[in-house]
Design a protein around this ligand. Structure first.
Ligand SMILES: [Zn+2]
Length: 98
């Protein structure tokens, strides 16, 4: 498998470290049901056969955090974004909702 880093171009998987599911968000620790939310945050994961968003770190390259969208059944990568861009978009979307 090869990953196309937005900064470095196409690179071998050996240069990257997988850091898990990019779709989960850390719960609010002050919420009344924080213990249940944290249990789900740590242990409960979807196991899709289709596209899945994953967090990867380009450890042997530019040290960028990436959100990689990968079709789990075929290992086909259909999208790679800088995690900071994804986070900025979330902040922007949350401002529009508020
Ligand atoms: Zn890179």
């Amino acid at each position: 498998m090869r990953i196309t880093c937005p900064c470095c171009g196409e690179r071998s998987l050996d240069e990257f470290v997988y850091h898990g599911d990019a779709t989960v968000r850390r719960p609010d620790a002050s919420a009344p049901d924080a213990m249940t939310q944290f249990t789900n945050y740590v242990f409960i994961r979807a196991n899709p056969a289709g596209a899945h968003r994953e967090l990867w770190y380009h450890s042997a390259g530019c040290h960028a955090w990436l959100v990689v969208t990968r079709v789990v059944a075929t290992h086909t990568i259909v999208g790679v974004e800088l995690a900071r861009d994804v986070a900025a978009r979330r902040v922007h979307e949350n401002r529009e909702v508020a």
